[in-house]
Design a protein around this ligand. Structure first.
Ligand SMILES: [Zn+2]
Length: 662
């Protein structure tokens, strides 16, 4: 036997074994036999590289690409119109049959929840695999597809064609992959489709090769004359099988729409027994001549429709209702469930929204509840499954106390839910410190939620003033913080000491005082001292500050704890004073609205400049607006200004205006 003959023999044996195993799910060689043939082939190919061809099973190994290149499809991939119930299906069928005055044969196929791809074969050799993309252009992922054993590298006949298929990850492999990820502390995939997509879109195809992916093919576009003889869709699929492709065994020819409805009902329940996710049924007119005659709308074939199964729901036992105090102080209930498989993943927790919802649905601990998952959203409890036990279970009583600190829970006017009443509640305190450090307030960019909660847990801070007392070495006591980043955190905190008054006022988190109101306050009162001594009348006299806000500000600056905190801040060197006198009064009586992104200054700086020249700023455009200062990407405010005939200034106009008047 000469070398080439031996190579061909080995390739055929291995390909046949792959086909039997991955397509027919029928092992033909033992692992041992397979490995033996495979290493022999590899060895010969290494010795005689000129005989190594792209269709060799040894070429199923990965390689690394920089990025996926776009590829324009030879034949456009259309979408499918969706049907959601039997009426939709009947209407579609009526429309299709009308022109022919007879019932048309149909084919039902399970719609695999994976990734659509188009594969090109030339003379029976796999040439190219492209993702669906937008249907016109996709991405060339040939190298990755080659690693999937259900994608034949060489067909049983040297034919030319394009096939469409769906790449999917079996549910069992998905579970295993996520299990491993959990054990390694890695990110888990939400569902098998995401796992398949994530695995397929690896630039390093050795990663793809390690993942258990498979494929079903469901469309053939034959390019050889002899294959154009197939008159029905069903026969063309059987031809694909004959050529070596994996096709879904649950394909069925039916005589009319009644057969389709039966098929859909049957698989609505049976689908859960499959080892792959399916989210519906694709129904096609079987006769290819009629398909051609019916043609396409702009986006979908008229001769096909997709029936979507209703969202997957399962029932399981509600073991407990867990309570979490969120950062705003709101307490949310979470269902703790007996673990159950739902839409391809194990679910042990679900959302209950709020206590009103629990009451409305009369959910009791111990009930069997129906849970649902739509797409990748967190599962939620839909309703209680009626049972005899339900009435014997205890009615659920919402908590009276905060699970974080034990304080009494209260309702907030106009809000759903229960809130912790303790202003010093741990979760609330953390939220306050986060707000202080946030971009719109003191802008301490190195201090985020996780750092704050670590510092808080270690009792290193109890309010935002404490941040300024920390030294670089203090941060090094936290997890994963090295000297350099400790120094950066320290510097970023210390630098924030010089932020202007409006930012400090925002950061204090005074009720009803957001950024806008803080700006107004800082414009009217030059310092914290001035605000401490302001009377209620003085406060409510300020334009843009109503009675309720004025009262809230007044109360804040007359609360003992707050005064203590402000005093502390001042001692730490945080006590900004706005320049008492304006640069000029040249913009006196003028109201500006800022919109878009300015080039040479931030909007804050522009506001300060306007104020220092006696002008005012406002957040919305009205007929009282004197000027709109518009930067790049200005939005609706600009449109409104144009409609009202308000003068629009560019940044340069504005700067000139100030200079000119100075
Ligand atoms: Zn609390």
């Amino acid at each position: 036997m000469d070398v080439l003959e031996r190579i061909n023999y080995l390739k055929d044996e291995i390909n046949k074994s792959n086909y039997e195993y991955y397509v027919n799910e029928n092992p033909y060689l033992t692992d041992f036999e397979y490995d033996k043939l495979f290493s022999e082939l590899k060895e010969i190919e290494e010795k005689y590289p000129m005989f190594r061809t792209p269709d060799s099973p040894t070429q199923r190994v990965g390689s690394v690409s920089e990025k996926f290149l776009p590829y324009k499809h030879k034949y456009r991939l259309y979408s499918l119109d969706n049907s959601y119930n039997s009426e939709d299906l009947e209407k579609w069928y009526e429309r299709v049959c009308k022109e022919y005055n007879k019932e048309l044969d149909l084919v039902c196929e399970l719609k695999i929840d994976g990734l659509a791809i188009a594969l090109t074969y030339e003379n029976g050799i796999f040439k190219r695999g492209v993702t669906r993309g937008d249907g016109v252009t996709g991405e060339d992922i040939t190298q990755n597809l080659k690693t999937i054993k259900a994608v034949p590298l060489k067909l049983f006949e040297p034919v030319n064609l394009e096939v469409r298929g769906e790449i999917y990850m079996p549910k069992s492999s998905f579970e295993k992959l996520n299990q491993e990820a959990l054990e390694n502390g890695e990110k888990v995939f939400a569902n098998p489709r995401n796992a398949a997509s994530g695995s397929l879109r690896q630039l390093d195809s050795t990663v793809t090769a390690k993942r258990d992916l498979s494929m079903f093919t469901y469309t053939a576009i034959f390019e050889d004359e002899k294959d154009k003889k197939y008159k029905t869709h069903y026969d063309s699929i059987m031809r694909l099988k004959e050529l070596g492709f994996k096709v879904n065994p649950n394909i069925r020819q039916v005589k009319n729409i009644k057969g389709v409805i039966d098929y859909c009902n049957e698989w609505d329940t049976k689908r859960f027994d499959l080892d792959y996710a399916t989210d519906g049924v694709v129904i096609k007119v079987n006769d290819i001549a009629i398909q051609k005659d019916l043609g396409y709308t702009a986006r979908a074939p008229k001769w096909a429709t997709a029936f979507k199964f209703p969202p997957e729901q399962v029932s399981t036992k509600l073991l407990d209702i867990e309570l979490n105090t969120g950062k705003t102080g709101v307490v949310t209930p979470v269902a703790v469930l007996e673990p159950v498989l739902l839409a391809g993943s194990t679910v042990s927790r679900a959302s209950l929204h709020n206590f009103d919802e629990i009451k409305r649905l009369d959910i009791r601990i111990g009930d069997n509840v129906l849970i649902m998952k739509a797409a990748e959203i967190i599962p939620k409890v839909v309703k209680v499954v009626e049972s005899d036990e339900h009435s014997s279970l205890k009615e659920y009583v919402p908590p009276l106390n905060c699970p974080a600190c034990g304080a009494v829970l209260t309702e907030k006017e106009g809000q759903v839910g229960l809130y912790c009443s303790n202003p010093n509640c741990e979760s609330l305190m953390c939220a306050k410190i986060e707000y202080w450090a946030s971009k719109e307030a003191m802008d301490i960019d190195k201090v985020g939620p996780s750092l704050i909660s670590q510092l808080y847990d270690k009792k290193m801070i109890s309010n935002f003033a404490d941040l300024y007392k920390l030294l670089p070495q203090d941060f090094m006591m936290l997890d994963l913080i090295q000297e350099k980043s400790a120094m950066n955190i320290y510097t970023s905190i210390q630098e924030s000491k010089t932020r202007p008054l409006n930012r400090l006022l925002t950061g204090l988190g005074i009720r009803h005082v957001g950024k806008e109101t803080a700006d107004i306050l800082a414009g009217e009162f030059s310092s914290i001292e001035a605000l401490k001594t302001a009377t209620l009348e003085q406060l409510s006299a300020v334009e843009g500050i109503g009675e309720i806000i004025a009262q809230s500000i007044y109360d804040y600056f007359h609360d003992e704890n707050n005064l203590k905190l402000l005093c502390e801040l001042s001692e730490l060197g945080i006590n900004p004073v706005e320049k008492a006198s304006a640069k000029s009064d040249k913009l006196a009586g003028k109201t500006f609205v800022l919109t878009g992104t300015l080039e040479n200054m931030t909007r804050d700086e522009a506001s300060a400049l306007i104020k220092s020249h006696g002008g005012k700023t406002s957040s919305s455009v009205s007929k009282n607006t004197s000027y709109v200062l518009a930067g790049a990407n200005a939005g609706s405010k600009l449109d409104k200004a144009q409609n009202l005939g308000v003068i629009i200034l560019t940044e340069n106009d504005f700067l000139e205006m100030i200079e000119e008047k100075e």
